[in-house]
Design a protein around this ligand. Structure first.
Ligand code: ATP
Ligand code: MG
Ligand code: MG
Ligand code: MG
Length: 439
């Protein structure tokens, strides 16, 4: 992509309304624009990262055997009256009346909707287990939308729902989600720690939140520092294996790690003092097992082996897709801008032409640009007439992992400069070698 043909409305000034670094950088890098309180347009650069994050989630859900689908953003209130949540949900629910005076709402979460789909179509234990998910916009009329996409009113969320015959099967689904989430966050360059949490309005027994440690996080967290040494890595996992998934759950949840809602000082004090940590965290996901709460209220039953009608065991599992952009930036930046992890970077590499208009520099940049594209990579080529300093500042701000700097002086010696955004280290090498290094 040539920057001269792209839409990247970079801001030089720090917007006054942005209190935290991720919000500041997302605005300055032209990734989002506020449409109204807690509601954002996703400009091309932000949209690209959103799609990358979404794709990682889809890939990891597919690996776990979960099925993608899509439900509407606007629902009828009737299903929520059946579950009893229409009144219970409170002011966070955006309620809408249509022209026929019917009560509608903008989906804050979709347990009712999916349970309705399930009960209309599934009647036998033979069709279980079943886990479906969607990545769809949600709306919650948050009392204090803030920090940009971190706490929006409209936000993008992955929500998955499992239907199982027994509690044991549903807990296996829970564990499968835990494993797939660990993999998902690691691929985004994040450490998200599963912490024991409170089930809140969804209701239920087993629940973990995934928290990214960050000073600007809204949750207070307490944990055993040993937990930060755990990594899922690229180990093989058989998602159908109850034992393997259970072992991962035990490994990642046996040490003390809780949010303020479930924190227990007496239990925490059993952790050796040197390992006790109090910090702040960003909730980037949550998994729940809630048993038959919705299936009983809404009549989602199947016939079991003996022909008895039994309510299915369910859980729901969410990832804050749009919030993740903020969380990744909070976890990976410096005072010049964002540092994208390779897995989610909007472009793989930036090309800076130090002397646009110079025939040799232009030709060299064109060649590098084409070579990277031919390798299946996605470069951003700054072919504008800005001065070099401004081009560097923009590249640093938008945080691409690599920058290739091309100028007449280097070309005389047959070299360009390759710079790593993360380490700041540069080396001079022939253009082909620079391309090969990125690929
Ligand atoms: P929070 O405690 O931050 O209000 P929640 O517990 O109400 O979040 P869940 O119902 O667990 O949210 O939704 C799943 C995920 O969706 C959360 O883990 C979070 O990452 C994301 N999320 C929830 N509310 C928002 C919001 N207002 N803006 C952006 N992301 C959100
Ligand atoms: Mg909330
Ligand atoms: Mg929460
Ligand atoms: Mg939650």
């Amino acid at each position: 992509m040539r920057l001269s043909r792209y839409f990247l409305p970079v801001l030089k000034e720090t917007p006054a309304e942005a209190q935290i670094v991720s919000h500041r950088y997302m605005l300055r890098a032209g990734m989002i624009k506020q449409a109204s309180a807690g509601i954002y347009s996703w400009l091309p650069l932000g949209y690209k990262v959103l799609r990358k994050i979404e794709n990682i989630i889809h890939e990891e859900q597919a690996r776990a055997g979960h099925i993608p689908m899509l439900m509407p953003t606007i629902q009828s209130a009737d299903l929520w009256r059946e579950s009893g949540r229409y009144d219970a949900y409170g002011a966070e629910m955006l309620r809408i009346t249509d022209r026929h005076d019917r009560d509608m709402l903008y989906t804050p979460t979709a347990e009712e909707l999916i349970t309705d789909i399930f009960r209309a179509n599934v009647s036998s234990y033979r069709d279980l287990p079943l886990t479906m998910y969607q990545i769809q916009w949600k709306f919650r009329d948050e009392i204090r939308p803030r920090f940009g996409v971190m706490r929006g009113r409209e936000f993008y969320m992955k929500d998955g729902y499992n239907f199982d015959l027994t509690k044991e099967d549903a807990l296996h689904a829970y564990n499968r989600h835990l494993v797939s989430y660990l993999r998902t966050y690691e691929r985004m360059g994040l450490q998200a720690i599963p912490m024991r949490a409170d089930s809140g309005p969804i209701g239920g027994d087993d629940t973990h939140e995934f928290l990214v440690l960050a000073e600007t996080g809204e949750s207070e967290v307490f944990y055993d520092s040993e937990i930060t040494e755990l990594k899922f890595g690229d180990r093989a996992i058989d998602y159908d294996s109850v034992e393997q998934c259970q072992a991962v759950l035990e490994e990642f949840t046996s040490r003390y790690a809780r949010t303020d809602e479930t924190h227990d000082e007496a239990v925490f004090n059993q952790v050796p003092e040197a390992r006790r940590r109090t910090a702040r965290g960003i909730e980037v996901g949550q998994i729940f097992y809630f048993g038959t709460k919705y299936s009983e209220a809404m009549g989602a039953t199947v016939s079991d082996k003996d022909g008895n009608q039994v309510p299915v065991h369910m859980g729901s599992h969410g990832i804050g897709v749009s919030r993740l952009l903020g969380a990744i930036i909070e976890a990976s930046h410096d005072d010049r801008g964002i540092i994208w992890p390779e897995g989610v970077t909007p472009f793989h590499c930036g090309i800076v032409n130090l002397k646009t208009g110079d025939a040799e520099a232009d030709a060299a940049c064109d060649k590098i640009h084409a070579a990277l594209i031919a390798l299946g990579l996605d470069p951003l080529y700054d072919d504008t007439n800005e001065r070099a300093g401004a081009k560097f500042a923009t590249m640093d701000l938008i945080g691409l992992p690599w920058r290739i700097t091309v100028g007449p002086r280097g070309l005389k010696n047959g070299v360009v400069e390759l710079t790593s955004r993360r380490t700041g280290e540069s080396e001079e090498l022939p253009p082909e070698a620079a391309v090969a290094k990125i690929a």
